[in-house]
Design a protein around this ligand. Structure first.
Ligand SMILES: CC(C)(COP(=O)(O)OP(=O)(O)OC[C@H]1O[C@@H](n2cnc3c(N)ncnc32)[C@H](O)[C@@H]1OP(=O)(O)O)[C@@H](O)C(=O)NCCC(=O)NCCS
Length: 186
């Protein structure tokens, strides 16, 4: 399956507490609830989202990305309530090198319950088994300890510190590089 086809037909993933599925335009209110929170996006490249209209426009871009196959983020839904509480992403997929980068973001009301790790494990499993990747990496801004911990809990190895790797939120940020290889994922 090509990367384009994968993004077009993004698989729905079930975990014990979560459903990872394509984002929809109707998700804008729930998406805005976490993406507008400065605490949630503090260490991310994007955000905070400033309005529902801005969020709707973003989700329309996401839908266009599914259609063209250029990109394929998942929405994270809490199975019990069907509420959208976050998003996960297998991005920058390099087909010639069989590597990619992951990202996970959750509404702060759901932090610290193991849900981020649960979503990440599902994305790693698909990256290795369906996409056929050899290596998946995670880049975390230095100081984002919960994210580092989440990657470590999922078996990712800390490979180093990338100094001034990102110009983010008006400042140079160092990044912690984590990665896991196909043979290391159980
Ligand atoms: C990163 C994120 C998705 C983790 O979600 P989560 O559901 O809280 O993750 P988990 O509960 O699976 O794991 C978080 C771990 O960090 C730990 N933690 C929380 N705050 C911490 C802190 N200040 N210092 C160190 N560890 C911390 C938790 O205790 C937990 O570890 P444990 O299970 O060993 O106790 C969530 O914090 C988030 O959305 N952050 C903002 C977006 C972001 O930074 N994304 C990362 C990009 S890859």
């Amino acid at each position: 399956m090509s990367i384009g086809e994968f993004n077009q037909h993004l698989p729905t993933l079930n975990t014990p507490h979560l459903l990872l599925r394509k984002l929809r335009e109707e998700d804008s209110k729930d998406y805005f609830a976490f993406a507008s929170d400065p605490r949630v996006v503090q260490h991310l490249r994007w955000g905070p989202r400033t309005s529902l209209a801005d969020t709707r426009a973003y989700l329309q871009d996401v839908l266009a990305g599914y259609k063209s196959g250029i990109d394929g983020p998942w929405g994270i839904e809490l199975t019990q309530t069907h509420q959208l509480i976050g998003a996960a992403h297998l991005m920058d997929i390099h087909p010639q090198h069989w590597n990619a980068e992951i990202g996970v973001v959750l509404h702060s009301g759901y932090w610290g319950q193991g849900l981020g790790s649960e979503a990440l494990r599902a994305v790693l499993a698909v990256g290795f088994s369906i996409v056929g990747l050899e290596r998946i990496q995670g880049l975390v801004i230095t100081g984002n300890s919960p994210a580092c911990r989440m990657l470590e809990k999922c078996g990712m190895t800390h490979e180093g510190l990338l100094r001034h790797y990102a110009w983010q939120k008006e400042q140079w940020c160092d990044s912690e590089l984590y990665a896991i290889l196909k043979a290391e994922f159980h």
